[in-house]
Write a protein that binds this ligand. Structure first.
Ligand code: LMR
Length: 403
């Protein structure tokens, strides 16, 4: 017998399970539309050339050591990163009311930010969209948020945002509820509020005294433009909200496993920043002590150098343009096949994902019959499509739909 007999098997993590099933599948026609990672036109992962260049340079730099970083990470990284989100000319930065701390990618930022709000402000209610990234709820619950709640987001019939439902749910949220908002390229639906809709969201949140917590995992992927993709966050800051935002460099730098992130905090009074940094230091110290350096060094060097920064922006354009092409190609194939239904939403949606509207049964049909791996919600990673497999995927979708 073991004292660990009390430990019960938990469920698998869907997205990682699918990714593994794909890797282990010997079928040559297999297609991976599951995990949110970029693939090039040959279906291969892409290490951004500017990242490779930095890494080669760093490998030969004997001044780089493996000493501990400060608990809140590389200061220059957080400064550059915060400016990328809020804009170089942000008055909140200029007046010392906005700052960042280096974290373990988007998830680590969410966790550290949520702990601060729970432990120091006593917040216990948080709202996430239905649907959302499946880790949001877990991270907040583990951070001490005892009241996870949902707001409506997706209108399945129209395959569009359920804006009335969203507003109604926010209106009935208790004061000081933390509202988790996707800064851009909503995961999994690929639909963002319009600027007018963001303005209404801000109105309700101001009126109901709700706290905005942005998750920015795809800056650059929604429009191909970093500034445009930060519009919603910058708008809330301009409106005078205090807020936090989790920034991830997994997707836009392709640094998935390096865990590079930044937690941005914007407050009304610069004089409380030192106390906040001190408490964030204790939160991180008790959780993982201090962050890793490699990926953050890469990002810092690129953000700090105009020429490298421009090169990176070109890479983002390459990736976002390929996604748009594949959306169009998939829709065109479905139309060619005469697949029942309207497929315009595939090209209207933005970012890495499309919420196809396929049912769970149809999604499973694709996995089982065609070796095409996608979430049971019907979400597909558009990057998994390329000119060699898009017709095959469309044919499989057609088959699933008419069955
Ligand atoms: C995804 O949504 O596929 C990615 O963000 C990967 C993950 O960790 O779930």
């Amino acid at each position: 017998g073991s004292r660990f007999e009390v430990v019960q098997q938990g469920p698998p993590i869907e997205v990682f399970q699918l990714n593994r099933m794909f890797l282990e599948d010997p079928n040559p026609s297999k297609v991976n539309l599951s995990i949110g990672a970029y693939r090039d036109e040959n279906g291969k992962p892409w290490v951004l050339p500017v990242v490779r260049k930095m890494e080669k340079q760093m490998a030969n730099d004997e001044t780089l050591l493996h000493e501990y970083l400060p608990v809140l990470g590389i200061e220059q990284f957080s400064v550059a990163s915060t400016a990328m989100l809020l804009g170089e000319d942000s008055p909140a930065i200029a007046t010392g009311r906005a700052f960042g701390v280096q974290t373990l990618s988007g998830t680590g930022s969410l966790r550290v930010g949520a702990e601060l709000l729970n432990k120091h402000l006593g917040y216990t209610d948080f709202y996430y969209s239905v649907p959302t990234w499946d880790n949001h709820r877990l991270v907040f619950v583990n951070s001490g948020f005892t009241n996870p709640r949902t707001y409506r987001y997706w209108n399945a019939k129209e395959r569009a945002i359920d804006f009335d439902g969203l507003i109604e749910d926010l209106r009935s949220a208790p004061e000081n509820s933390v509202i988790l908002l996707h800064a851009c390229a909503h995961n999994p639906t690929g639909i963002d509020p319009t600027q007018e809709q963001w303005e209404k969201i801000a109105d309700v949140m101001e009126e109901r005294k709700l706290f905005p917590f942005f998750d920015s995992a795809y800056q650059g992927f929604a429009s191909g433009d970093l500034d445009q993709d930060a519009w919603a966050v910058r708008y809330f800051v301009k409106r005078g909200f205090e807020l936090v935002c989790a920034q991830s460099y997994a997707k836009n730098f392709g640094l998935y496993n390096e865990r590079v992130g930044n937690l941005v905090l914007v407050v009304n009074d610069a004089s409380i920043v030192p106390a906040m940094k001190s408490q964030l230091t204790w939160i991180v110290r008790g959780m993982y002590s201090n962050p890793p350096a490699h990926g953050a060094r890469v990002v810092t060097n690129v953000l700090a150098n105009k020429q490298l920064f421009d090169e990176w922006k070109e890479h983002i354009k390459v990736m976002s343009a390929r996604v748009i092409q594949m959306r169009e190609a998939l829709r065109a194939e479905l139309i060619k096949l005469g697949t029942p239904g309207n497929w315009d939403h595939i090209v209207k949606q933005i970012g890495l994902f499309s919420y196809t509207g396929l049912t769970q049964r149809q999604a499973e049909h694709l996995v089982q019959e065609y070796h095409i791996y996608l979430l049971k919600s019907g979400r597909i990673n558009i990057c998994g499509l390329n000119p060699s497999n898009v017709a095959y995927v469309a044919k499989a979708m057609n088959d699933a739909v008419i069955k």
